[in-house]
Design a protein around this ligand. Structure first.
Ligand code: HEC
Length: 309
């Protein structure tokens, strides 16, 4: 009998695959509350155009998005969700924002990012039949120009799918550095493979993690990079655990601090830019909530989130 019980325990461990995370008692870890808001179709190009966005010129002078907007995310989300001038296809009844508590930790091997949030009363948009809720993290280590000041916006262009200049194309997120030329409508022509390989080798890509959530089931996890397009890795290095209790999710992402060349090495003494997104109410693509640029560091420093052992 003893043999069978320990076998079952071992199999349980193998199935969960993320036994390290269970060692952390998150109720003991200090959290920081942030607000993710609905950004409508505010593209990188719009945000950089002074006649369309009052912050454009100061941003170009080096003032980050949060420098003007932090604390007002809920108001911005309420404004943008129904503003026909900036949202071509509003989802009736969509809440404007979602508060999220972020906790981080690390051990000798791995980084852990723990998010607690309640999607709230969400209308069913019917875009993603399988998953009502998906949560993602985007990371830069200084390799991507302006990511430090603008976070996720460096990848959000006017010609990305369902954005104003998309036409009938299904373009994913991309970085300006991957395009031959940019205009108010974004950039179409992609640089040659050799040029992209050089940018990538120099760290000029964003890393992202996503957990697709279903109550009572293990999350489906993907990770990948963004340069000329958003590209999923075939086998993710990232794992996630997710638990839903009375409409509130607790999701813990984890990966090795050094997960290989396709990932950003996470090392002490360096400050990382992170951004978060949540798709709620069966949405897909741009119909998500996002954060402004935040910072993460290991052990100590000035960052929003200090991952401690
Ligand atoms: C110097 C201050 C400043 C900076 C920096 C700035 N903005 Fe703004 N932003 C404004 C002002 C003022 C408005 C409202 C008037 C307008 O749209 O021009 C605004 C409006 C917005 C809105 C519409 C929602 C709302 O509450 O009005 C979004 C979204 C937005 N900005 C995103 C960004 C992003 C993304 C960045 C960084 C890439 C950024 N802003 C940088 C000042 C700024």
């Amino acid at each position: 009998m003893k043999f069978f019980t320990s076998c079952a325990a071992l199999i349980g461990l193998l199935i969960s695959g993320t036994h390290e995370a269970q060692a952390i008692d998150w109720s003991e870890v200090e959290g920081k509350s942030i607000t993710l808001f609905y950004p409508a179709q505010m593209s990188w190009e719009l945000v950089l155009t002074q006649s369309e966005h009052g912050g454009a010129s100061k941003f170009k002078d080096g003032k980050g998005c949060r420098g003007c907007h932090e604390g007002d995310e809920a108001d911005s989300g309420n404004l943008l969700r129904n503003d026909k001038s900036i949202e071509a296809t509003p989802i009736p009844g969509k809440p404007g924002s979602i508060p999220v508590t972020v906790k981080t930790a690390h051990d000798a091997e791995r980084i852990y990012v723990h998010l607690e949030f309640a999607p709230g009363k969400q209308p069913d948009a019917g875009m993603d039949k399988d998953f009502a809720t998906k949560v993602a993290v985007m990371i830069d280590d200084g390799g991507v120009e302006q990511a430090k000041l603008a976070g996720c916006w460096v990848a959000c262009h006017d010609n990305v799918a369902r954005m104003p200049s998309a036409g009938d194309k299904d373009t994913t997120k991309y970085l300006t550095s991957s395009r031959v030329a940019m205009s108010r409508k974004g950039g179409e022509e992609i640089k040659p493979a050799a040029a992209l390989a050089k940018i990538r080798a120099e760290g000029g890509f964003l890393e992202y993690w996503q957990a697709r959530l279903k109550p009572g089931a293990a999350p489906e996890v993907v990770d990948g990079s963004i340069l000329e397009k958003r590209e999923e890795h075939k086998a993710p290095a990232v794992t996630a655990e997710a638990v839903e209790t009375d409409g509130e999710w607790a999701v813990t992402f984890s990966r090795k601090l050094k997960a290989g060349a396709a990932y950003k090495d996470i090392v002490p003494g360096k400050t990382y830019t992170v951004g978060f997104s949540i798709h709620a109410g069966h949405t897909a693509k741009r119909f998500h909530y996002v954060s402004f640029e935040k910072t993460l560091a290991l052990d100590s420093g000035e960052a929003d989130f200090i991952a401690k052992p």
